[in-house]
Design a protein around this ligand. Structure first.
Ligand code: ADP
Ligand code: MG
Length: 239
């Protein structure tokens, strides 16, 4: 079991508090959602957990602060997938992009074929990651991180740009791994959280950098509630 403890987390960017005194406890295996409007601080929160930005307070993995891990040691434990795939790409081909983390962390290459089969990206291996379509890029960027099979996975808006097929794969991955890992998904879209209502452990609502409340998945059926917190109601599209 892995325990992730966030204690009094504050993140300041250009003097502004983007995350304000957030405290949360996560235990694996479980799937959690961080739901919030654009600009509420979801990506910043995930980046702090991955120790990609400076912060105040504590973020502990099994009692050890993420700032005390060596970089590669933390990369073995925490996988963070960027909201925008282009922020994470730097290799010349998709194959090199996905294999980079395995080589860098001295992990066996066995996972490689499994992940490219799962996300059906074998036809893209020789392409430059920078030439991919939005949905292709998303599948490759997720693969290039989770191929390392980290016990903690942070996914930033994984459903964006995904068509039915890509979305089904993500949902399959989340259902399968919710019983094995600690997975935290940040999104502004209640639909994906609702779709996983029987799998999710908790949904936290983030507003202006603060966790305002825990939302019961069935509350996502409440149109007035979602409108009141600035999220898109599930049946909004039908009207
Ligand atoms: N590097 C940065 N420079 C300036 N402002 C930033 C930076 N990163 C994030 N912010 C601001 O912090 C707030 C939270 O951003 P973010 O965590 O990306 O929100 P979310 O992921 O919920 O949309 C926003 O107001 C955003 O504009
Ligand atoms: Mg974001």
């Amino acid at each position: 079991m892995t325990r992730l403890s966030i204690r009094n987390l504050t993140v300041k960017i250009n003097g502004k508090q983007v995350i304000r005194n957030v405290s949360l406890e996560f235990k694996s295996p479980s799937l959690f959602f961080i739901l919030g409007q654009n600009g509420s601080g979801k990506s910043t929160l995930l980046r702090a957990i991955a120790n990609l930005i400076p912060f105040e307070g504590e973020i502990l993995i099994d009692g050890k602060d993420v700032r005390e891990f060596r970089r590669k040691e933390l990369a073995r434990v925490v996988g963070y997938v960027w909201q925008n795939p282009l922020y994470g790409f730097f290799e010349e081909t998709v194959e090199r992009e996905i294999k980079f983390i395995l080589r860098n962390l001295n992990l066996p290459e066995e996972n490689f074929s499994e992940i490219i089969d799962f996300f059906e990206i074998s036809h893209l291996l020789n392409r430059s990651p920078f030439t991919l379509s939005g949905g292709e890029a998303k599948r490759v960027s997720i693969s290039s991180v989770i191929v390392a099979d980290q016990p903690i996975i942070l996914l930033d808006e994984p459903e964006s740009e995904m068509d039915l097929h890509g979305l089904s794969k993500i949902i399959e991955y989340l259902k399968k791994n919710a019983s094995k890992k600690l997975i935290i998904v940040a999104t502004h879209n209640p639909l994906i959280a609702y779709k996983l209502r029987n799998t999710v452990k908790a949904i936290y609502f983030l507003k202006d950098g603060q966790i305002i409340q825990e939302i019961n998945p069935l509350r996502l059926e409440d149109e007035d509630f979602l409108i009141s917190v600035g999220l898109i109601p599930i049946n909004w599209w039908f009207k």
